[in-house]
Design a protein around this ligand. Structure first.
Ligand SMILES: [Zn+2]
Length: 302
């Protein structure tokens, strides 16, 4: 799959072109057929509007009620301007590829949501990741239906209320701690990294840049919390009134340091970063350092 996506990206980049509707459709088709998303992606639309959100403009979204994906190309142009501070890191082919990779990440992120809804619907279970995704998918569906006024009597209004409050009060924290967002964002970055490996000899900074930007995203909600609990997933579950799900995790322990040891045994560091699970203080500081170093290296290169 990554080879095919790369072909589209290189094709556009070599012609010094940014991904347009046709290019994005090609990428969506590739992912849909490889991941079996035919029932979950019923089409991609390109509305000419700028949707303002608290966190910034919306570049792409996925509607769980219609299974349609939207990509806002004009909004992307605005976003891309805001990222131009990084242009100094790249030149020539890599500079154009950088812009195309930014767009690709948004597209892959939304397709990743479709994939995770499919996994939840198919009843995949038995892992911490699926337990977290189940909660998140359910809440996202309820919210989407509520926005459309399509909720039924079974909808948990208490949940909706808590979620809505959380969204309005601290949207950015919610965005970084929602397991479904973390899983989609991590997967999108990993796909890009895998793809860039195939053209490593043509790159100077971009592969390093993508790795650093994932680490930056993953660490964000841990920042003021010195690493240990509460971790992003715990914050998320508590905020949406699902603390019992947290307590039902097989690593759960009332004693924070015991919990930490158990979760370390159960999940690798990468897994914990992806799912927003606890890190030790040492792990957190080391990751912060690694991020800062790669940041410095990036600027030194130019
Ligand atoms: Zn998302």
């Amino acid at each position: 799959m990554v080879e095919e996506i790369l072909k589209v990206l290189v094709d556009y980049t070599e012609r010094v072109k940014l991904l347009d509707e046709k290019g994005i459709e090609r990428i969506v088709d590739i992912v849909v057929s490889h991941m079996g998303l035919q029932n979950y992606i019923k089409g991609v639309e390109f509305p000419y509007e700028i949707k303002q959100k608290k966190r910034g403009v919306s570049i792409a979204d996925y509607d769980t009620t219609t299974n349609k994906m939207n990509v806002y190309i004009e909004a992307f142009d605005l976003y891309s301007e805001s990222q131009s501070k990084y242009d100094v890191l790249f030149s020539g082919f890599e500079l154009v590829l950088f812009q195309n990779v930014l767009m690709l990440k948004f597209v892959l992120h939304e397709l990743g949501h479709a994939f995770d809804f499919k996994r939840v619907d198919s009843g995949e279970s038995g892992t911490i990741e699926m337990e977290l995704l189940k909660v998140s998918a359910n809440i996202k569906k309820i919210i989407a239906q509520t926005i459309l006024g399509k909720y039924d009597e079974n909808s948990d209004f208490d949940l909706i209320l808590k979620y809505a409050v959380m969204q309005s009060e601290n949207y950015s924290q919610f965005y970084y701690s929602d397991p479904m967002e973390r899983v989609a964002e991590t997967r999108a970055h990993q796909t890009v990294t895998e793809m860039l490996k195939l053209i490593k000899d043509r790159l100077f900074n971009l592969d390093e840049f993508v790795k650093a930007s994932l680490l930056q995203y993953q660490l964000k909600p841990y920042i003021h919390r010195t690493g240990i609990t509460p971790c992003p997933s715990e914050i998320y579950l508590s905020s949406v009134g699902q603390r019992e799900v947290w307590k039902s995790m097989n690593f759960y322990d009332e004693d924070a340091s015991k919990l930490l040891k158990k979760v370390q045994k159960e999940c690798s560091l990468d897994e914990r970063l992806k799912l927003g699970l606890p890190l030790t203080k040492e792990e957190y500081s080391e990751l912060r350092l690694r991020y800062q170093r790669s940041n410095k290296a990036r600027t030194r290169n130019r």
